[in-house]
Design a protein around this ligand. Structure first.
Ligand code: UGB
Length: 614
């Protein structure tokens, strides 16, 4: 032990630390062999400034050890360690300073993909094959982000998807996975009940609150052993173009850190060993999704069906995108040297790239009213075998980028520290040309209703573009459910136009159902019959699995919540005072935050409860 320490100390001596880090030299005897190795990495990568403020031995010694605990975490959580992080940072910062365009040499063009129309024969048949495949899938939710644009104090997955039932996003996701699990297991009769694995990527900002949400709600009905939380670590901040690590202004024995981005999910999955476990268990697909899309599972079965039918290694879900909408554009990039790939170009890069490559107007809508580049909604379906093969080569490292805000045109100093970032949708960037990379376009009303902007942010969205707010997120759930039931033959009244939290929205009847009632359009059609109507002011909540709606006329509120999934037939006329939507003031601090952010609450005046039908 002593000799290992001696040799580590010798190595440090050979770095001339007496000259470059005298304060470290004085404290060397406090450090373990491992800590001295880490110190060596820091000195070799030009980080001696980190020790400039170190006190004499005997002062702050615990803090010095804590400093190395942090360095050890930063080193082990990054593929290739800190030395690799700093090397990449120097390269990317030099490219950024030189104004190098990351798409240099590439020409963008509009790619072709699978385009689906809800409810038609091909949609139904993709849904059917998707449900079959679901028992061979694992789901991964990236939920490490704070949602700074939304400014919500809690974690985003705890926000209600809609307040009619108060179901939060995490509950909706879990119940949807469970519904798919049941439907898929039934199709594979004879085999034992499938348990679809569910991974949630958290961060220090979200981990404990996510765990608490799960535990205090009995995992929303999922077996706790099905759920695995993987926590991403933050990365070190950079102070200048030499990639000198930033000292935390609140504690001189800490390095400042910031989130690395959702791209971390790949290295975490790889290092967790889960991918191999899934592969050995016969799984074929990994589905990635984000924290607040209340329409996501309308699209999942059909999209998975597309992956299976087209044998895609990568399938990104997309929706028609309004020009300048804050979602990435799926683009074919062709290089002068012949390389070509279909990849997400992030929303802040698409317009400049188009302008630089022969589209003088940049990112604009065409005659369809949408940008020709489909919008990436960051729902990715990866084929597990090829995914493991690729990660075995890369270790899960994803191409990173850096986005420093320079003080002036000399680009020598930053307004504030920066860091490397990575995005999960950049995974295909390292794939060989033989990889089958495709995408599936769904109608936006069906598949995409994220909650990202607070009311002020939503007000700044260009007119006609989606608000991506809590208000629009909830209204789009009712709209989609109304349109789906219309397609299934129910006479759902037209919406009312309202301005809520400064946003012009359509208010449809508040229709919502548990995923176990129906997870595909075929399920819905099998549970609806006769001549039915639902008025605009109505609320319909379906909680049971075996609820059949037959010749129902609804003008008020109806909640169908059968005991033990008993079979219930709902028919006849229901009229009552109903549940009324009441606007609340966004700025009124006496109103709970969940309601203020969406700008309304629900006054439950009168409803008919299910047991009258049971
Ligand atoms: N997230 C993490 O888990 N860890 C992190 O470090 C950061 C985020 P945002 P943004 O919805 O359509 C993405 O902040 O900027 C999670 C795509 O890049 O909501 O809106 C976080 O919790 C863009 O191409 O992402 O952009 C959340 O679940 C477009 O597809 C998710 O990552 C856009 O989403 C996304 O984080 C979209």
């Amino acid at each position: 032990m002593a000799s290992a320490l001696d040799s580590a100390t010798e190595k440090l001596a050979s770095l001339d630390i007496g000259g470059s880090a005298p304060n470290l030299q004085k404290n060397l005897h406090l450090l373990s062999t491992e800590q001295i190795e880490l110190a060596k990495i820091l000195l070799e990568t030009g980080q001696s400034h980190l020790f400039e403020h170190w006190a004499e031995p005997g002062v702050d010694d615990e803090e010095k050890k804590a400093f190395f605990d942090q360095v050890s975490r930063l080193n082990s959580s990054y593929p290739g360690g800190l030395a690799s992080y700093i090397k990449t940072a120097r390269e990317l910062l030099a490219e950024s300073k030189a104004g190098k365009n990351p798409f240099d040499g590439f020409t963008p063009s509009v790619p072709t993909g699978e385009s689906l129309n809800f409810g038609d024969d091909s949609f139904i048949s993709f849904e059917e094959s998707g449900v079959k495949e679901a028992r061979k899938a694992a789901f991964v939710l990236v939920a490490g982000g704070l949602g700074e644009r939304l400014g919500y104090n809690g974690i985003k997955v705890a926000l209600p998807r809609e307040i009619t039932t108060g179901t939060c996003f995490l509950q909706y996701y879990i119940e949807s996975i469970l519904a798919l699990q049941d439907a898929s297991s039934k199709l594979a009769s004879g085999e034992r009940q499938t348990r679809i694995p569910f991974v949630i990527m958290t961060s220090d900002d979200t981990h404990s609150r996510t765990l608490e949400l799960l535990e205090s709600n009995s995992y929303f009905g999922m077996e706790p052993s099905q759920v695995k939380l993987l926590k991403q670590e933050k990365v070190a901040c950079l102070d200048d173009n030499d990639a000198r690590l930033a000292v935390d202004s609140r504690n001189k024995y800490r390095i400042q850190t910031k989130p690395h981005g959702h791209g971390d999910v790949h290295s975490l999955l790889y290092s967790s060993g889960l991918l191999q476990v899934w592969h050995d268990a016969g799984l074929r697909w990994v589905l990635f999704f984000q924290d607040t899309n209340g329409l996501l599972f309308n699209a999942i079965p059909a999209a998975l069906g597309v992956s299976a039918t087209r044998e895609y290694h990568v399938n990104s879900l997309a929706v028609p995108r309004k020009a300048k909408e804050a979602i990435g554009g799926i683009t074919r990039l062709t290089h002068a040297d012949g390389r070509s790939m279909v990849i997400n170009v992030e929303y802040n890069q698409l317009d400049p790239l188009l302008r630089a490559t022969g589209y003088p107007d940049g990112d604009v809508n065409n005659e369809t009213g949408y940008s020709p580049f489909p919008g990436n909604i960051n729902q990715l379906i990866l084929e597990l075998g090829s995914y493991i093969e690729e990660l075995t080569k890369t270790g899960g490292a994803i191409k990173e980028f850096v986005n420093p805000k320079y003080k002036d045109a000399s680009k020598t100093s930053f307004k504030s520290s920066t860091r490397l970032e990575c995005m999960m949708q950049d995974y295909p960037k390292t794939l060989p040309p033989s990889a089958r990379v495709g995408f599936t376009v769904m109608e936006p009303w069906l598949a995409y209703a994220p909650v990202k902007n607070n009311p002020e942010g939503a007000a700044k969205v260009p007119k006609g573009n989606p608000y991506h707010s809590a208000t629009s997120g909830e209204m789009l759930v009712y709209r989609a459910n109304s349109l789906i039931l219309r397609k299934a033959g129910i006479g759902v009244s037209d919406p009312e136009q309202q301005v809520i939290n400064g946003q012009e929205v359509e208010v449809w009847p508040r229709i919502t159902w548990k995923p176990k009632w129906a997870i595909t359009f075929t399920d819905i059609k099998s549970k609806v019959s006769g001549s039915c109507s639902i008025s605009q002011r109505s609320t319909l909540v379906i909680k049971g699995r075996n609820v059949f709606i037959n010749s129902l006329s609804l003008d008020g509120a109806l909640v169908i919540d059968p005991v033990d999934d008993a079979e219930v037939k709902v028919e006849g006329s229901v009229v009552n005072k109903g549940w009324v939507l009441e606007h609340v003031d966004y700025k009124d601090q006496s109103v709970p935050e969940e309601l203020r952010t969406r700008g309304f609450g629900i006054n439950k005046i009168e409803e008919l409860e299910k047991n009258l039908f049971a």
